[in-house]
Every structure is written in structure tokens, then in C-alpha cells.
Design a protein around this ligand. Sequence first.
Ligand code: ZN
Length: 211
Amino acid sequence: MGIAILFKNSRGTDPFGKNLRCLVSLAGEELILTSGYATLECKKLIAAIDSGFKDYEQSILITLAGNFGNRCANNNYKTNCNCHYHKYIKFVHYLSKSNASIKKFYIDDQGEWHAKVYIKVRENRPIAMIIGSSNLTWPAYTAGSRRECDVFIWDEEISCELSNIYDIPESEGFRVSAYYEGQEKDLLIKHYNNIKNYINNYKVSRIGNPN
Ligand SMILES: [Zn+2]
């Protein structure tokens, strides 16, 4: 198993975007994208999704989002309404340009889904997963002001297909676990140091009782 912690710790980096495109482009028949909010309309992402599906006659694309607060009463899906519900509707219409043979777009009727989990499946087996803080939104996906942490986990058998994962410079807050005994400890220490460094060196205000 490989584990990487993606830490977008400054403006000008997009480790989530890069690695999400990498994950979706892995060959496999199924892709699941779940997010609290989903508004991202990105041609490059759809191209990457379709390249992952290209060798499969039957492919399935599933999305789930859900944290919308009160459901908007406007029934016209073509509305320019700016609520989270209608932004998601707009998003799935955009994503339906994908060549996936089956598309299933879900929303959580309870409005409680807030997890960010992105899964690529090959021959009924999950081969890679990103679990994050990153929603499917431009601020999370692109370089910009939003700070995010995501964990990328993959089956060791596909390591050779992830060569680009090792090209991301450490300055982008990216850490990959090496394959040696104690790798988990090393990964935890590195990410702990990342977080401490961020708190100590960036503009973070302490609130409440100073003692
Ligand atoms: Zn609306």
C-alpha cells in the first residue's frame, strides 16, 4: 500500500487537483466522486475521467453530494440560482458530458453528506482513493487561497502507474511514504511537522483565553 498526504499549505500549489486527475485517469471501470459541495466544471477533469474509462465497454460514473442546508424551492434546473443544490445540478449536467456508459448522480436528501471520498475501481477492486478535506470546487481543486489536506492511498500493485506522484516537489507540501519498515511513523512525523510549521510560520491568530 502507498500513502501520501497532500498538503496545500500555500497559494500557488494544487496537489489535490493534480492527484485527483491522476486518480480518475487510472484504468478502471468505475469511478466514485463524493463531496460536500460539488461545483467544479473542468474540461481537463472530464478528459482524465474518460481516459480512465477508455478501455472499458461498461463504465460507471457515480457522484454524491449533499450538504445543502435548506433545499431550494425553485424547480427549474436551468435557473441561475446560486444555492448549493442548483450549483450541484449544474455540475452534474456538465459532468454528464463524460463518455461513461452509466452515470448515477446522487444527492443526500438529508443534506448531511459532507465527506470527500474519491475512489477508482478496477475489476471490482478499489485501487486508489483520495480522502480529504477537498470538495469538488475550484478553490479546493486549483492553486489559490484555500488550505486543504487530503490523503491519497493506493494499492501497491499500481505504484508503477503513479510515477507522476513522485514528481511533485516537497515545497508543494507533498509527502509520499517510502516502502521500508516504519514508513507510517515517518509519514506521521512529517505531516505533524508540516502542520506545526504552518501554525508557527503563517498568519494564524490564537483566539479566546490566552492561557
Ligand atoms: Zn436554488
